[in-house]
Design a protein around this ligand. Structure first.
Ligand code: ATP
Ligand code: MG
Length: 422
């Protein structure tokens, strides 16, 4: 019988890696908290309609990447491919805007897309999402970018570069769309089959195509920024001015259209060279029309998603993996010593100290081996002699020095010894 393996594109995050994920998450929540964002936790399963309507029918995600199924009562459900639509759904469903339209949320969790698995691209991947609702000002977009830059800096990512663009609004985008279609008319034969179809459904998406031939064919495509209306122009100018004032180096990237339909005005991405082909570690932008599309009031919004898997890869590459071990290992030899030591172990654990022991009666040699394998800092040895003397031996695993420990006050003494050197 062959053993069962995980599904293609789905991966396990084993304890060594999970420790790094925890530390990244801790830094991220500290940064998000300092910028005024609060956590919101949402289901990973939603009605398919939510994503079809928000992300857009003519996008890769909705056309071919969603995990969609009918449940036993015939409802069409989808494992969320992204978080924004669900955050907006919750905000509208609970009428949070009626109390205070201005809200800043973050959420962390898994997303699902049936893409071609490769390095940095999985079918279940994780994101940190941040959203600002109720603020139309470009300063909200800038705040998101500063927060990303700050987080990446704190995590030691040194080559993160923000790319920014403006997608205009429903007033000015049609002009660009026409100019783009005129430009593409002379280059039809160089486009892939998907892009030929996108000309009818969603021509802006062609600028986001990853096929090299399409990228080449659209290299000199008209720049969206030349078509912005006065309001969108001014919005984009203020954004750039604010980034300049903060000394944040960025690149204006006219091709940055992003893979979801709901964006308007500002779009941005954080690129790093550490990732190879999958160069974007985070992406986001403004989506002023989404609330209305989902049946809510006309409330502006902006947000981003960080690719947690890619972020963890970059951070891991920058530092060696160290596996922390217990502060103390109790080597209890014989049933009597075990019975005596077990309550000490529980007391240490309950007071927040990582202590460990073997629950089997093994020789001193094999217990010391186990302590070494775990990476324990100190080992408390209790054999027959120690029991008779009512005094254990506490050995430092680095210096090999031993000190006596009174067994009547074992827990207090261990705490003191462990606390004394950190
Ligand atoms: P890409 O251009 O790399 O496909 P995207 O524009 O589809 O990214 P978004 O939907 O904006 O990505 O998601 C934001 C971030 O989530 C990306 O910048 C990336 O870091 C990460 N991400 C997206 N798809 C995947 C995936 N399949 N596996 C791992 N991370 C992903
Ligand atoms: Mg994508």
């Amino acid at each position: 019988m062959t053993s069962i393996r995980s599904i293609k594109g789905f991966k396990d995050i084993l304890p060594g890696e999970a420790a790094l994920w925890q530390s990244i998450e801790k830094t991220a929540t500290e940064v998000l908290g300092a910028f005024g964002f609060r956590e919101i936790r949402l289901p990973i399963l939603e009605k398919t309609e939510l994503f079809a309507r928000s992300i857009g029918e003519a996008t890769d995600i909705v056309e071919k990447e969603m995990y969609t199924f009918t449940d036993r009562s015939g409802d069409l459900l989808t494992l969320r491919p992204e978080a924004t639509a669900a955050v907006v759904r919750a905000y509208l469903q609970h009428k949070i805007y009626a109390q205070d339209p201005v809200q800043k949320y973050y959420t962390i969790g898994p997303m699902f897309r049936r893409e071609r698995p490769q390095k940095g691209r999985y079918r279940q991947f994780y994101q940190i999402n941040a959203e600002i609702f109720g603020v139309g000002s470009p300063y909200a977009d800038v705040q998101l970018i500063v927060m990303l830059v700050d987080l990446l800096e704190r995590l030691g990512v040194t080559d993160a570069q923000p790319h920014v663009n403006s997608l205009g609004c429903p007033a000015c985008r049609p002009d660009f769309r026409r100019a783009l279609l005129d430009f593409l008319a002379a280059r039809e034969e160089r486009l892939c089959a998907d892009c030929l179809r996108r000309r009818e459904t969603n021509p802006l998406r062609i600028l986001d195509c990853k096929v090299p031939g399409c990228r080449e064919a659209t290299r000199d495509a008209p720049a969206l920024s030349r078509f912005l209306c006065a309001e969108c122009r001014s919005h984009f100018d203020i954004l750039q001015g604010a980034l300049d004032a903060l000394g944040i180096a960025y690149l204006i990237d006219n091709r940055l259209v992003r893979g979801l339909d709901y964006y308007s005005r500002t779009t941005f991405e954080i690129q790093t060279s550490a990732l190879g082909a999958q160069s974007a570690v985070a992406g986001g932008g403004r989506y002023d029309g989404l609330m209305k599309t989902l049946g809510g009031p006309d409330i502006p919004a902006t947000g981003f998603a960080i690719g947690f898997d890619r972020l963890a890869e970059i951070v891991a590459a920058g530092k060696g993996t160290e596996t922390p071990g217990p502060l103390v290992f109790i080597a209890a030899l014989g049933a009597e010593a075990q019975a005596r030591a077990f309550p000490w172990l529980a007391a240490l654990n309950r007071s927040g100290i990582w202590a460990d022991m073997l629950f089997e009666d093994k020789s001193l040699k094999s217990q010391m081996k186990r302590a070494g394998k775990l990476g324990a800092r100190k080992v408390l040895i209790i054999g027959e002699n120690e029991l008779a003397a009512n005094t254990g031996q506490l050995r430092d695993m680095t210096t090999r020095e031993q000190v006596p420990v009174s067994l009547d006050r074992a827990v207090e003494e261990l705490r003191r010894h462990l606390g004394a050197d950190g």
